[in-house]
Ligand binder design. Structure first.
Ligand code: OGA
Ligand code: MN
Length: 222
């Protein structure tokens, strides 16, 4: 009988998913080092660096539809939405597909799709404390971040700080943006911020959603 689905081509071991699910349930967030294979991270890193070099990254904004604005005093990254046009992108998106299946299976979340963009924060850039889901619009359910910089010095800045949902002043984790590290958390409840970076900082931010979207960019009706 032919296999309908094989894990062999996906650079994420299925047995790494159980602790992730447990911690999401327990704390609302998970951080794992060396979560995605180094080789894939490096290929994705080369891709985002090439996009930056070819001026193919767009200034990221905040808000939706006609509320969408570039506000460097809030958010200073430049982004490019993943489109499955390269093998590394497809491999990463397939890994997230595997994670989506696992989350739906274990937690009945009804996750429907995954959208993600490369992000590059130039030196000095940051993203002030926020939550990822627009209030009352519970469309982004789980947020993910994969970090891509092969090296990150101790004084590089650019960490992601996570805060306690019930006490948003209380920091519960600080994540160094080093290649392979993967973070995920509940989009509606976990406040987080990107501290000012000293070096160009590359990552993929992604969201599991409960409904369809146009990449979350243009949707003035909602
Ligand atoms: C985001 C975000 C965190 C990070 O893009 O919404 O919070 O560490 N990113 O890049
Ligand atoms: Mn965020």
């Amino acid at each position: 009988m032919p296999l309908l689905f094989s894990y062999d081509d996906i650079p994420l071991e299925a047995n790494r998913l159980a602790p992730l699910v447990d911690q999401l349930v327990e704390k609302g967030w998970f951080v794992g080092e060396a979560f995605i294979e180094a080789e894939l991270c490096h290929a994705l890193y080369r891709e985002v660096m090439a996009l930056a070099e070819h001026d193919a990254l767009a200034d990221a904004g905040i808000g939706r539809g006609n509320q969408h604005n570039v506000r460097r005093d809030i958010r200073g990254d430049a982004i490019h939405w993943l489109d499955r046009e390269s093998l590394p992108q497809r491999q990463y998106l397939d890994s997230m597909g595997l994670l989506q299946r696992e989350l739906n299976h274990a937690l009945y979340l009804g996750l429907f799709e995954f959208e993600a963009h490369f992000a590059q924060y130039p030196p000095g850039a940051f993203y002030k404390k926020h939550v990822d889901s627009f209030q009352g619009r519970a469309n982004r359910v789980i947020s993910t971040v994969l970090y891509l910089n092969p090296e990150w010095p101790e004084d590089g800045g650019g960490e992601m700080a996570l805060f306690e949902p019930a006490d948003p002043e209380r920091e519960v984790a600080r994540v160094v943006p080093r290649a392979g590290t993967f973070a995920c958390f509940l989009s509606e409840t976990v406040p987080h911020e990107v501290l000012p970076t000293r070096l160009p900082r590359a990552s993929i931010a992604g969201w599991f959603r409960r409904n369809a979207s146009l990449n979350g960019r243009i949707d003035p009706a909602r």
